[in-house]
Write a protein that binds this ligand. Structure first.
Ligand SMILES: Nc1ncnc2c1ncn2[C@@H]1O[C@H](COP(=O)(O)OP(=O)(O)OP(=O)(O)O)[C@@H](O)[C@H]1O
Length: 599
């Protein structure tokens, strides 16, 4: 049962790999046919060389016929066929390598493009290092499939077929001996596969784990060092690395102890059998001239017949690895992308919306990340255009979840959220993203200039970038940097303070000139002075932009038009700061007083 399941999984992986190979080759597929043609010609010429040698021995060397022109012609033939075969192999390699590299390039772009379009829910489960491994290492496996596996298997198969045909033509009985040994080769290969397959799969998985651990540790280095966890992480890494080594050794051992020696032995047995049969035929007498030529050709062929078989078998381990890797890439590509929005909506209405409708209209919204474990319960809320709304609540009360739904990171029930009167799921992607700006809790800066960080690939005119920076109160400190807007901010904006990073993130959001600005705890990491600057920036935007701010620090949203208090996913209270403070024993009042005490 288990074996059957494994077999089915393997067949499925193979189908996925072949499909991906075909797709990624795309318009270059004709190069493959040319490469196969060159390969067939080269292999054909290599089969001809021993026949010319046989002719030389049979017709001129053994009978001692000193026909120099004819002998030179045959020798020259051996040389020329070899030279042309080499040249054809070069041609096919150029085509196949080009095809393979362009395939990898195409595939990488496709995988990266697909990853960019995956819904946020996917990233809740994904491990960064493994994803990076898919895009870099696993796509490379496609090249291996083309250049190593496909090429060697094709080459060897063509050479093998040509040689068997030539041997059959020379002496079919001797050829049968050679062919009879082939099932043994197959048997050895199957045994090897069975022994090494678990180690191959495990080693791949462990390599991915090594990448994941490395990425995780580098990403969280400050936390790791602050907690003095280097030793534990080092030990965990060493264990994974050690397991990887063990699996690789198991794989190499199966190769070294079983595959190569068994196949080499088979080669020796085959040679011995053919020579022995010749001996029997001659019955102790000297061999006839014709037989010596045939023996020469057979020995030449046997030396080459086993090699393609070995080559084919040696590719199986590579084939296994590549198929597993390619199937993983195919699996990633099969992940459904984020839903397409606004396909059925009326474009014009979609673009404008209803100017009199609330900026955000949430109607009886329920939401669960998993099954029926609801995180939001029957949330109903209307946010007028140009209003400033604060959302507060205890940790885990559902604030970020609500924001994620407003940002369409997760699908809300159709029709449960409207933006300017248009259901959120009916607004097309570009309109939606141009309407909404986000300032996340973690500003996420690129290792690029201040200008690029604000622009974020949108190719905005510089005036707009500068206007946004001024509005976010970031302009002055950017100008104070050595190259102003062109100063590279370092990885993750390492050259800036937390507050400055946050201001850049606000400038980035404002540069899109959004109608709705969402702030997710944008002031949680900054000092009171910078918070003051952010507040000033928000004040200046009031009335022009609808602002929805999640804040742990209640001073940030104190002046909001309305503060919504969430408790266990329900709206518990809602009103202005003063109104909420008047609710004796109310949740907001308690939160506020607690913060005052702590301050
Ligand atoms: N991606 C997720 N998958 C599953 N459950 C989640 C996910 N994100 C949040 N939750 C759960 O949803 C609930 C609400 O979380 P949410 O992050 O919305 O709270 P919050 O009010 O923003 O908290 P905080 O103030 O700590 O940021 C929590 O119980 C949390 O465990």
């Amino acid at each position: 049962m288990q074996a059957e399941r494994q077999e089915r999984a393997h067949a499925q992986q193979m189908r996925q790999a072949v499909g991906l190979l075909r797709d990624s080759a795309g318009p270059d597929l004709h190069h493959l046919w040319w490469a196969v043609l060159w390969l067939a010609c080269a292999a054909g010429l290599e089969v001809v060389a021993p026949l010319l040698g046989k002719r030389l021995i049979d017709d001129y060397l053994l009978p001692r016929v000193a026909n120099w022109p004819a002998m030179a012609l045959l020798l020259g033939g051996v040389f020329v066929t070899g030279a042309i075969a080499t040249w054809l192999r070069y041609l096919q390699l150029v085509r196949l390598s080009g095809l393979a590299m362009r395939s990898v390039q195409r595939l990488r772009e496709r995988v990266y493009g697909h990853v960019l379009r995956l819904p946020m829910a996917f990233f809740d489960r994904a491990i960064t290092g493994q994803l990076v491994s898919r895009v870099t290492n696993d796509t490379e496996a496609v090249k291996q499939l083309y250049v190593q596996v496909l090429f060697v298997i094709l080459d060897s198969t063509i050479v093998l077929t040509g040689m068997i045909l030539a041997m059959a033509w020379l002496d079919w009985r001797l050829m049968s001996i050679v062919v009879a040994t082939m099932p043994f080769v197959l048997l050895i290969v199957l045994l090897y596969q069975r022994l090494s397959a678990p180690a191959v799969t495990k080693a791949r998985q462990l390599r991915s784990d090594i990448n994941a651990q490395m990425a995780e540790s580098i990403g969280g280095m400050s936390v790791l060092q602050a907690n003095n966890a280097q030793r534990r992480f080092g030990e965990r890494f060493a264990r994974t690395n050690d397991d990887h080594y063990t699996q690789r050794v198991a794989e190499i051992r199966a190769n070294a102890w079983l595959l190569r020696p068994a196949l080499d032995m088979l080669n020796v047995v085959l040679l011995a059998s053919v020579i022995w049969l010749f001996g029997l035929r001659a019955g102790g007498a000297a061999l006839g001239a014709a037989e010596v030529g045939v023996l020469y050709a057979f020995i030449s062929y046997i030396a080459r017949v086993i090699e393609p078989l070995i080559q084919i078998t040696m590719q199986f381990s590579q084939l296994q690895q590549s198929v597993v890797a390619t199937a993983r890439v195919a699996g990633l590509l099969d992940e459904p992308g984020a839903p397409e929005h606004g396909k059925c909506g009326d474009g014009a209405a979609n673009e404008a919306g209803d100017a009199n409708a609330p900026a955000i209209d949430i109607r009886h919204l329920d939401f669960a990340y998993v099954d029926d474990n609801k995180v939001l319960h029957d949330v109903t809320l209307q946010i007028p255009q140009g209003a400033f709304y604060g959302i507060v609540g205890h940790t885990g009360s559902g604030k970020s979840t609500l924001l994620s739904l407003l940002l369409r990171y997760y699908p809300a029930r159709p029709g449960s959220i409207l933006m300017s009167g248009v259901p959120l799921d009916e607004i097309d992607h570009d309109t939606f993203r141009s309407r909404v700006g986000l300032v996340p809790q973690d500003p996420f800066l690129l290792a690029a200039s201040a200008r690029e960080n604000i622009d974020m690939g949108r190719n905005l005119p510089f005036e707009r970038i500068e206007r946004a920076a001024r509005a976010a109160h970031a302009h002055d400190f950017i100008l104070a940097l050595e190259n102003g807007y062109d100063t590279v901010l370092g990885e993750g904006g390492s050259r800036l303070s937390s507050g400055q990073k946050q201001l850049i993130a606000i400038a980035r959001a404002l540069a899109g000139e959004p109608r709705i600005l969402m702030l997710d705890e944008a002031t949680s990491r900054i000092d009171s002075a910078t918070e003051q600057i952010v507040q000033e920036a928000l004040d200046e935007l009031r009335g022009q932009v609808t602002i929805i701010a999640i804040a742990h620090r209640l001073s940030t949203i104190r002046d909001a038009d309305r503060i919504v208090v969430l408790n266990h996913g329900r709206i518990e209270e809602s009103g202005s700061h003063d109104a909420l403070m008047r609710i004796e024993g109310g949740l907001y009042q308690r939160l506020y007083l607690l913060q005052q005490l702590a301050a």
